[in-house]
Ligand binder design. Sequence first.
Ligand code: PGA
Length: 690
Amino acid sequence: MQKLRITAVNVCRFVLAATFIFSGYVKAIDPLGTLYKLKDYAAAMSLNGLLPDWMLVGVAIALGALEFALGVFMLFAVRRHVVSRITLAFMAAMTVLTLWIFVADPVKDCGCFGDALKLTNGETLLKNIVLAACAALVAWRPVDMARFISRSNQWIVRYYTVAYIVITSVYCLYTLPIFDFRPYHVGMNIKQGMEIPEGAEQPEFESTFLLRKNGETREFTLDNYPDSTWEYVDTRTVQTKKGYEPPIHDFALTSCDTGEDITEQVLTKKGYTFLLVSPRLAVADDSNFGDIDQIYEYAEENGADFYCVTASANDEIERWRDLTGAEYQFCNADETTLKTMIRSNPGLMLLKDGTIIDKWSHNALPQTDDLTAPLQQLTIGKAQNDSTTERLLIVLLTFFLPLSALTLADRLWAWSKWIRNKQSNNRIFNLFKTEKKMRKKIVAGNWKMNMNLQDGVALAKEINEALVADKPNCEVIICTPFIHLASVAGVLDSTVVGLGAENCADKAKGAYTGEVSAEMVKSTGAQYVILGHSERRQYYGETAEILKEKVDLALANGLKILFCCGETLEEREAEKQNEVVKAELEGSVFHLDAEAWKNIVIAYEPIWAIGTGKTATSDQAEEMLAYIRSTVAEKYGAEAAEETSILYGGSCKASNAPELFSKPNIDGGLIGGASLKCADFKGIIDAWKK
Ligand code: PGA
C-alpha cells in the first residue's frame, strides 16, 4: 500500500513537472503573446486598462517563470512542502478559471500552452481537473517525492532555474521568441498557408425559420417548411459543423493610398518584399526609425518592395510619417493578424516569392554594414534553414545539461558519504581504526515539573537500585526540580547515576528572589544542568543572550551542560530546521573555547515532537544530528565533533529507542514523559544493550 502511494505521488509529480515546464517555457519565450492573452482575459472580465502594458509584461514574464520554476522544482523535488502547496494553490485557481471559461466561453483558447498547443475549453477543463488532482496528491504527501539532489545543494537548482528563465524571457522580449509556433514562422509561404486543400471538410450551417399563422408563431426547418399560408417572420442560422480552417485565414492587405486589396500582388511578387509590421503605430517603438529608413532606401535601390502594414488609421500613419520621415507605402491589415505575424511593434519581415525568409525585432534590425550587396548575394536574402532542432539542443545544453551534471556530482558525493558512514559503522573496520575515540552514550531523564519530594526520592531510589543490579551500557543522568536535588543526591550511587538540575539562574548571586544559582545547584551534589530547553525558551522568555549567561555561569561552577536546541513545526515545514538550530548554538554556546566545549552535551529536540507522541523518524533525527555534528566540526574541528555527545529528545520511549540509538550520530536520548517510571526509563537505557 505504501509502495503504491509513493509510486502514485511520484507519477503525479512527473506529470505536473512535465506540464509546468512545457507550459511555463512556451509562455516565457513569448512574453508578448502571454500579454495579449492576459489582455483577452482582462477584457472578458471588463478589467481592461487596470494595469498599464509595461506592468502586464512584467506579469507575463513572472507567470511564465513561476510555472517553469515550479515544474523544475517538482522535477528535482526542491523545497517539497512549499512547492507542492504553491502548485496546488495554482492549480486550484486555474481550475476555477477554466471552469468559468468552459461555462461562459469568454475566450476561445485558454492560452495554457501559448501558441504551441491549442486546446478547446472542454479539454482545458479536463486537463486542469486531472492536474489539480495530481497536485492534491503530491501536496498531501510531499515527502514521498524522491529527491534527486541533496538539500544542501538545492539552492543551485533554485537560483539557476529562476535566473535562466527570466533571462530567456527578457531576451525573447528584446529580440523575438526563440521558437515560433505561429503560422507566420520562417519558411512559411503565406499563400500556400491560406489554401484549402481539395476535398477538405466544408462548414455546415442549419437555419430555423419563424413563421406566423392566425396569431401563432412556430419554428420550422427546411425539412418541414410549411405551405404559403404561413407568414415569414425571421430566420436564425447556426454553424453546426466547423469546416477545415487553413493555418492562415486572416491575411489581407489594403493599400492606404488607393484603398485597393493588394494581398495577391504582394504574395505573388517574384523577388523580395520587406513588411514593416506594426499593429498600432501610436504605441510602436520609434527609437530605431533611422535603421528602418535605411533599410527602406536599401530596398528601393535593390528592387525590393517595402510596405508598412498596420491596423492604424490615417491620423496615426500621418503622425508616424512626421515623426520618422517615412517614405514607404502603408497598407492596412487586421490588428490580431499583425500581432500574430511578429512579436515586436514594429517588427520587420522579409518575404521572398511570398515565403517568409526572415524576421527581426526592432531592437535587432539588420544594420547598413550588413546590407552591402543585393539581397540575393547576402545570407539574409537566402531562405533560412529552420533550425528548430539546433535551438532545442541549445536549450538542452544550456539548461538541462548543467543541472544533470550537478545531479550526477551530487549523487556521487552522497554515495561516497554513504560508503564512509558504512565503514565507520563497521565493527571490523573500527577495530583497525585505533585513533577513533568512542563518544559517551547517554540517557538522561528530564522530570520537568512532576513528582513531589517523597515520590521523587522514591523514584530515584528505584532507578538507582535497578541500575546497580543491572549495570547500564551508557551513562545515565536524572534531572530533577531544584528542591529534589539534595535529597536525590543522597540516594544515588554517583558512579552509576548522574544528577542534574533542569535550569539555573543567569545571575551569579544577589537580590533575585526565587532564583537558584549555578553555584547552589553544584552544592547539592549535582553534576549537570539542562539549559535551553524549548519550554523555558517558550514560556519563560529565555533568549539566546540569557542562555549564554547561564552557560558561562554553569561552566564557571563546574557543571556540565545538556544544551537543548530544536525547531518548531512551522520552521520544519519551511525547511528552516538547519538554520534555526545553528543559530541557537551560535547564540549561546559557540562562543566557548575548545576546552570549555568538552563540558557540553547537545540535545536536539524538535519542538513538534516534545510530549506530543510524535517522534521524529530515526532518519530525520540522524540527518539533523549529523548536521549538528558538522557545524560543531566547522567550529571546533573534526576531532572535537567526533567526541561531542549529541542526544535526541522528543517522545523517545523504550519501543523506538533501539531504532533511534542504532543511528551512527545519535548518542542517546533526553527523555521527558518516559523518565517518570522506572520500568519505562530502564527500557530506554537497555536499548544500548541491543
Ligand atoms: P518527551 O520530552 O520525551 O516527553 O517528549 C522530552 C523533553 O522535553 O526533554
